[in-house]
Design a protein. Structure first.
Length: 588
């Protein structure tokens, strides 16, 4: 039992912890709303700024790269289509005299140097004979002799030329990355020649510049054929490279932990900038760190504020507690106030409660003095029924002694009726008990009316064992006697039978004068004064009340009657409640 009670004890909350929690919530919720609002705004602004900046920078770099390729195209056309230099190259290839070949070589080198001098964006320039053992015919700089154009990464083809890159320069004293172009030169004869041009040694570095973005950016070049030809200074995950190769339409997309920005050139090649997530959201992460510091500072401030408020609350609380403890020691002493308005209001009500408690204690003392008088009156009220029973038993004994059988019978019936009505019988009885008591009552009434009416009972055995509230039938037969029997040869029939599988029907019928609807309504609303005028009667209102109490609103007392054709009063009660009534009867 103790464990069950302990389990039902409600969880006690600390006012101090609750106060701290509420203050922290009150401080953090506005901060949280501010953070959400500012985060949404800052994220939108920063994301838009970064995307716009990277897009603009990417466009500038792509324009510089396109200009570099256009410059290569312009210069290559000078070397491949200019009639004078092409004629000299054709003559050089066909000349057999060494002196003349030397003169042509000097003239060609001079023209090549002149073009390179007037085009500072050009680097290495060379005429190539692909079918010769020494393929490099002329060059302005020292060039690696093992030149193979098939090993260079093809970038784009346009205007009859092929562009490669970025790749390591063919100038053997340098490791710079360059773009190059090869264009066919239409020389006379059967031999084939090409002009090979490279961009300046530092052009690639100038074209792709990280400093213009203000963050870590990795450049990728995608050729006209969709091949990634270069990744700037950093190895990217394969998933990013696959996404770049697969995605060829969107200008902005994501792959792994990178944001990718794409520029597609009209010539078919692409320039892609890959920005790591950490760099892209760097300013947002910085803002989040500041907000975390602000949140922690707010928590510390809320805790300090809660502590100060608690100190202001705790002292008056202690005084209130002292007054509560003093109540057990001295109920009449006045309370001491705290000079805090809210707590003084509570103490004022506490003082009022003390005064009422004192009044109630005095009233209890007065009631205790009257308790003995109430007990005596209770004993006297119990003595009267006992005296009446004893007196009737004496009359019954004298009647038997003198051979007065009718008086003996009358007194015996009266004793049984009084025992049932005034005894300590439970409120719940069986139908058999109810019929027995009703039969005794009806026999008394027949004696009183000189046997002017007949009385019959029809009962099923299974219904006789069913428990019902006490005094359900007696008010019905009483009303049948008073309202239904106005002539001799009257008949009252009581039937207690099943009504379907789940109900029982209790019916009282008479062959009297019958009732009109107004009289039926008056009987169903019968008041206590009418009951008192009938002595033993209890009234139909009592029956309705018992039905509502034990069977609910679904069960009612029903009266069917017509003037001159008698009256039928019936009660249809559910048998499913019988178990509950039986338990109440046994406990009663």
């Amino acid at each position: 039992m103790s464990s069950v009670q302990a389990a039902r004890v409600p969880k006690v909350r600390s006012l101090r912890r609750t106060l701290v929690a509420y203050l922290m919530i009150g401080c953090l919720i506005p901060l949280l709303f501010v953070c959400l609002l500012t985060y949404s705004s800052i994220s939108s602004i920063l994301t838009g700024k970064i995307q716009t900046g990277i897009g603009a920078g990417l466009k500038q770099e792509a324009d510089r790269l396109e200009n570099a390729l256009n410059n290569l195209d312009f210069a290559s056309k000078q070397f491949a289509l200019d009639g004078q230099i092409v004629d000299e190259l054709s003559a050089y290839l066909q000349e057999r005299k060494i002196y003349r070949k030397s003169q042509l070589m000097d003239s060609i080198n001079a023209k090549m140097n002149l073009v390179n001098f007037t085009n500072p964006y050009l680097g290495l320039t060379a005429y190539i004979l692909p079918d010769a053992s020494d393929s490099v015919l002329f060059s302005n700089l020292s060039m690696e002799r093992s030149f193979d154009a098939g090993k260079l990464p093809l970038f784009v083809e346009k205007n009859g030329a092929k562009y490669y890159g970025p790749h390591k320069t063919m100038y053997y004293n340098s490791n710079n990355l360059v773009f190059s172009e090869i264009r066919s030169v239409q020389v006379q004869g059967e031999r084939q020649a090409y002009i090979y041009l490279e961009t300046n040694y530092d052009l690639f570095v100038k074209v792709l510049s990280r400093q213009s973005y203000g963050m870590n950016v990795v450049h990728l070049l995608v050729s006209q054929q969709g091949t990634v030809t270069a990744v700037e200074n950093e190895r990217l995950p394969d998933s990013v490279l696959e996404a770049v190769r697969a995605e060829r339409t969107r200008s902005l997309f994501r792959a792994g932990d990178y944001h990718l920005f794409r520029y597609v050139s009209p010539q078919g090649w692409q320039l892609v900038a890959a920005v790591p997530e950490s760099s892209f959201n760097g300013e947002i992460y910085s803002w989040i760190r500041k907000m975390i510091v602000l949140g922690l500072s707010t928590l510390v401030f809320a805790a300090l504020l809660a502590f100060l408020i608690w100190k202001q609350v705790y002292r008056p609380l202690r005084k209130v507690n002292v007054e509560i403890v003093r109540l057990a020691e001295n109920r009449t002493s006045p309370v001491a106030f705290t000079q805090v308005e809210e707590f003084d209001f509570v103490l004022s009500n506490f003082q009022t409660m003390k005064d009422k408690v004192n009044e109630l204690i005095a009233a209890v003392a007065r009631n205790e003095k009257q308790k003995s008088r109430f007990e005596i009156e209770k004993l006297l009220s119990q003595i009267n029924p006992h005296f009446l029973h004893n007196t009737l038993n004496t009359v019954q004994w004298l009647a038997r002694m003198n051979g007065q059988k009718e008086i003996d019978k009358l007194v015996t019936l009266l004793v049984k009726v009084l025992h049932y009505n005034l005894g300590k019988t439970s409120l719940i009885v069986t139908v058999r008990d109810e019929i027995d008591a009703m039969s005794n009552y009806m026999e008394l009434q027949r004696i009183r009316y000189d046997y002017e009416f007949e009385f019959h009972v029809i009962a099923e055995e299974e219904i006789l064992r069913m428990p019902v509230p006490r005094f359900l039938l007696q008010p019905l037969v009483e009303n049948a006697i008073y309202h239904g029997l106005s002539e001799r040869n009257g008949r009252i029939e009581v039937s207690v039978v099943p009504s379907g599988p789940d109900h029982a029907l209790l019916k009282v019928e008479d062959n009297g004068a019958g009732l009109d609807p107004q009289e039926i309504a008056r009987l169903l609303s019968e008041e206590n004064e009418g009951v008192k005028r009938r002595g033993m009667g209890i009234g139909l209102s009592y029956v309705n009340g018992m039905l509502r109490r034990f069977y609910g609103e679904g069960t009612r007392l029903m009266i069917e009657s017509e003037p001159g054709r008698g009256t039928s009063v019936s009660i249809r009660i559910p048998r499913r409640i019988a178990d509950d009534l039986e338990e109440e009867r046994l406990s009663g």
